[in-house]
Write a protein that binds this ligand. Structure first.
Ligand SMILES: Cc1cc2nc3c(=O)[nH]c(=O)nc-3n(C[C@H](O)[C@H](O)[C@H](O)COP(=O)(O)OP(=O)(O)OC[C@H]3O[C@@H](n4cnc5c(N)ncnc54)[C@H](O)[C@@H]3O)c2cc1C
Length: 375
């Protein structure tokens, strides 16, 4: 792949960059630490990006895009991440739910639900993990029993980000208890206001506005028209929806590693030899991540997703964690009072858990990339 920017990419980057500059307050860069948590600004940014076609650049205008090609769309994402554009308030809505709705939704579901999630008017939660079924997602036990034109759902979800503020959830349930684990799961669109849904936020140990919740489901009635995709093919809905998230995660990780490296320089007046070696390793990781990301994209453009895709999550999340660890180490005791540094370090800890833990990523790489026998 030729990594030089094409004329089309440059034009898109400049147009998007100018739009972002116009949108953001003039002191955004200087006061980023405050604006980062400004929910009004973040909501306004999502609506404006949707209307200007920068939200999902590869999608058509009515779905928040400009029908850009994959390279130009990547350029927009990189520019957005590099400029630290305001984070979407309900990121899983745009990053995971919306692609799933477009791919698997009925025309009625798309018509009713897609634009509100893209504009951020209606937030969504992802009802996947359960106590005892996190990494082993296929082992989920929440069950839905069909009764005429509705399902009766019973069970429990956990780690459901923003469930307490969400209007809807993609709820993964077991609809065929006799089928092999992967084949008996369906995805339902759950109206979070349905009777029988109880949401309990979990107290967080870190600064965040992405509170986890437990969600309890007691005899909840869900109409069969709220099935997303085909009954018992929920596994495919989950995997396809998460692929989009994984495509975005490496870019986010790469940019955040860059910020971490700048923090190392800012805090580390005189790095010792060991820290210099660590710094060199992290710089190499960042470059390896970018190259692997591009290689993965090249493969997709050629019609074969390739195997690099499986490496990106593990490499990006672990390099991110190590970078912020290094920043904290070089800052020493002075770093203890630095709230932004503490936040980044805590936030990086989560990166090796969500979207599949590092151990599970290593299993996947072992089996699918290296062809090792299943453990
Ligand atoms: C910031 C964040 C946001 C999240 N948001 C959501 C959300 O919105 N919705 C949702 O449904 N979930 C969400 N999750 C949950 C996330 O998907 C799970 O935490 C993750 O899948 C791991 O599951 P678990 O926590 O149950 O850990 P477990 O699966 O119980 O794993 C515990 C430990 O055992 C290891 N392990 C497990 N199985 C294996 C194996 N086969 N081989 C080797 N090691 C193994 C794991 O790596 C881990 O270290 C979120 C998590 C985080 C951190």
């Amino acid at each position: 792949m030729d990594l030089r920017e094409t004329d089309e990419q440059r034009a898109v980057r400049e147009e998007y960059g100018a739009w972002l500059t116009d949108f953001l307050p003039a002191d955004y860069d200087d006061r980023y630490a405050d604006y980062r948590w400004d929910i009004s600004l973040r909501r306004a940014h999502q609506v404006a990006a949707f209307e200007a076609g920068w939200l999902q650049p590869a999608w058509p205008t009515e779905h928040g895009g400009r029908s850009l090609g994959p390279l130009e769309a990547l350029t927009v994402r990189l520019e957005s991440a590099t400029r630290a554009a305001p984070k979407l308030p309900n990121i899983q809505g745009v990053g995971v739910v919306a692609p799933g709705l477009r791919a698997f939704g009925t025309p009625e579901q798309i018509e009713r639900l897609l634009v509100p999630v893209l504009r951020g008017d209606e937030w969504w939660a992802l009802g996947m993990s359960e106590p005892g079924a996190g990494s082993d997602f296929a082992g989920l036990r929440t069950k839905a029993v069909r009764d005429g034109d509705r399902y009766i759902v019973n069970g429990q979800k956990i780690w459901t980000t923003q469930a307490h503020e969400s209007r809807w959830a993609t709820l993964y349930v077991r609809t065929d208890p006799d089928a092999p684990k992967h084949r008996g799961i369906s995805c339902l669109i759950l109206d979070m206001q349905s009777p029988g849904v109880t949401v309990r936020p979990i107290r967080m140990a870190t600064i965040t506005d992405e509170t986890f919740c437990e969600v309890f489901l007691d005899d909840v009635e869900v109409p069969t028209s709220a099935l997303l995709g085909v009954e018992n093919a929920g596994w495919q809905v989950a995997m396809a929806s998460l692929d989009h998230e994984r495509d975005m995660i490496w870019i986010m990780n790469w940019v955040e590693i860059g910020r971490g490296l700048r923090a190392v320089r800012q805090h580390g007046g005189g790095l010792d030899d060991q820290q210099l070696v660590e710094l060199g390793r992290r710089l190499a990781d960042a470059e390896a991540l970018r190259m692997t990301g591009y290689r993965s994209l090249t493969n997709s453009l050629r019609g074969d997703p390739g195997k690099e895709f499986f490496i990106l999550k593990l490499l990006g999340s672990e390099a991110l964690q190590r970078t912020w660890d290094l920043a904290a180490t070089v800052a020493g005791p002075a770093g203890l009072g630095d709230e932004a540094l503490a936040f980044e370090r805590h936030d990086a800890l989560a990166a090796t858990l969500y979207g599949g833990t590092s151990e599970v990523q290593r299993n996947i790489i072992g089996e699918r990339v290296l062809g090792l026998p299943k453990g």
